[in-house]
Ligand binder design. Structure first.
Ligand code: UGY
Ligand code: MN
Length: 242
């Protein structure tokens, strides 16, 4: 029997590095893409893609129309959109609103996580502004659960935003304080460590490089392993699905 840790449940998928299958897009010439989730997997409202840039580097232009969030996993890519120029080195990130035309460039190998989403407007609220930063510039706040820290890469209190990106870090043995079942969807990328993820009624061993898509109302719980864990979490916010 051929074995894999990868899994597709009713309301989630777990994709491990061993499951990666390369795709391409005309807008990112030469880059190898791993589409971790796209709207083809109903009901996902996002595409989350691993972008692997090779020795030849990349010169790419992405047309306006969608929100973009880019997170550097390795190498030294960069993004330009109007007056904004941002380095996308390891653990640096940028958010670009849907009216931005962007150029992504790299002079050599680099790896990025790319989230694409159609912005959901709300009466009386303007498009959110572009943001750039680096994880290490953001203070980690301890949550009500000792040993569980969150860094918010986008302002979680701004109702103009239709999603947040949080870096969750767990000390060894620490987990989420409850089994959550909520309306918001998640795209989760393990940036470090390992642990056990409860999804629906299934328990999965997860580790660095794994990706989980959780649809709305997917039951979810987590406990970190002996060396702790860290993950980057997409969550839609301030909207109700209509
Ligand atoms: O914010 C959240 O929904 C988060 N606690 N969920 C998760 O880590 N699976
Ligand atoms: Mn959650």
């Amino acid at each position: 029997m051929i074995k894999t840790r990868g899994h597709r449940g009713l309301s989630y998928t777990l994709i491990t590095p061993e499951n990666h299958y390369v795709s391409r897009l005309p807008s990112l010439p030469g880059a190898e893409l791993v589409k971790l989730v796209t709207p083809r997997l109903s009901p996902s409202r996002i595409a989350q893609t691993l972008v692997r840039i090779g020795e030849a580097g990349l010169r790419a232009e992405i047309a306006p129309g969608f929100e973009t969030f880019l997170f550097g996993l390795s190498g030294a890519a960069r993004v330009r959109a109007g007056a904004l120029t941002a380095g996308l080195g390891t653990r640096s990130f940028a958010y670009l609103p849907p009216d931005a035309r962007l150029e992504i460039a790299a002079d050599g190998p680099a790896e990025l996580l790319w989230i694409k989403r159609r912005y959901e407007t709300w009466p009386g609220l303007r498009n959110p502004a572009a943001v750039q930063g680096a994880v290490e510039q953001i203070t980690a706040t301890e949550t009500a659960t000792p040993g569980l820290h969150r860094r918010e890469l986008l302002d979680p209190g701004d109702p103009a935003r239709d999603f947040t990106m949080s870096l969750m870090s767990f000390d060894p043995g620490v987990g989420l304080p409850q089994v959550e079942i909520h309306d918001e969807e998640h795209g989760l990328y393990m940036t470090g460590g390992s642990g056990v993820y409860l999804l629906e009624r299934d328990e999965h061993q997860v580790k660095q490089g794994d990706f989980i898509y959780m649809a709305p109302y997917c039951p979810q719980g987590f406990a970190a392993g002996a060396r702790g864990a860290e993950y980057l979490l997409y969550k839609d916010v301030f909207r109700d699905g209509f």
